[in-house]
Design a protein around this ligand. Structure first.
Ligand code: PAF
Length: 287
């Protein structure tokens, strides 16, 4: 595994036939390893980036306290068949400090998670754009757990014509359904139990969709589970358009991301499932 620290070192890396890139902020865990496994399936050369991006933090204190564990990250990656790591310094990525030219996630950056964290998705798509230029992948893999990030990155690539395929790796769940998240360690045993309501609500909504229910009934099936639970401080439970994260309602038919965000104790959790409302006709229209 080759460690590169500068854009010049990265550019000198010989290319495989198909380069798959996984972008991370380090502090790697099981969730990242599932992205790397997916990258291995999709490419013959896997490059992992490790960079704590200051542009996507709303608070300086959060950025300062974000764990930086490069040595442990490299040790974790070594047995996973990663060919190269790109771990630039902040000065390498932003030599003049905060960049003048940035990318906007548009309306996607202002709703749902974007409303809770103003500027976050603009910071994400700006660094993703830079890392796509620097790593020049054929395919880049993102975790489906961060649905709005995936939607923002797909919009970036689609709207600005980046020549790259965006792939997702399925959310990793514990046996009881709880989505794995680095925030789960903050949950007490009781809160962890309460948190299961989120995945239960999503699965109930998905079951209703698969049973052919219309969108309002699908959302109602999920909300019924969350509304009855005092321990869950619901922020949103919504059906999103996978193209632009706008909220869907009424007689919409087609693919939807059903997303939930809620506070359990002091911990804010997010989760989602992708499903379909209606079924496609032979012509591909949704009925
Ligand atoms: O998902 C993350 O870890 C970050 O948002 C990403 C995509 C690496 C950009 O900094």
């Amino acid at each position: 595994m080759i460690l590169t620290r500068t854009a010049a070192e990265l550019a000198a890396l010989p290319r495989g036939r198909r380069r798959a890139v996984v972008m991370t902020m380090g502090a790697l865990h099981e969730g990242h390893l599932s992205l790397i496994r997916r990258a291995r399936e999709l490419g013959d050369q896997v490059v992992v980036t490790i960079f704590v991006n200051p542009l996507q933090f709303d608070e300086q204190a959060d950025y300062d306290r974000y764990p930086r564990t490069l040595e442990a990250d490299l040790a974790l990656l070594e047995p996973f068949g990663v060919d190269a790591v790109f771990a630039p310094s902040e000065a390498e990525m932003y030599p003049a400090g905060e960049p003048t030219a940035t990318v906007s996630a548009g309306v996607i950056g202002r709703v749902l998670e974007g409303a809770a964290r103003p500027g976050h998705f603009d910071g994400v798509v700006t660094v993703v754009a830079k890392l796509l230029h620097l790593t020049a992948p054929d395919v880049a893999v993102f975790g489906a757990k961060d649905a709005q990030q995936v939607i923002a990155v797909n919009a970036l690539v689609r709207d600005l014509n980046f020549p790259v395929e965006i792939a997702t790796a399925a959310t990793v769940r514990d046996d009881d359904g709880l989505a794995r998240s680095s925030r789960n360690v903050f949950l007490s045993p009781e809160e962890r139990h309460t948190s299961l309501g989120l995945s239960r609500a999503l699965f109930a909504a998905r079951d209703a969709a698969e049973a052919g229910q219309p969108l309002p009934a699908v959302i109602a099936a999920g909300r019924a589970i969350l509304d009855g639970d005092d321990g869950i401080g619901l922020d949103y439970f919504a059906a999103l358009n996978p193209a632009d994260a706008s909220e869907l309602e009424g007689d919409y038919r087609g693919e939807v991301v059903i997303a939930v965000a809620a506070r359990v104790g002091a911990t804010r959790l997010i989760d989602n499932v992708t499903t379909r409302i209606g079924s496609p006709s032979a012509e591909g229209d949704w009925r």
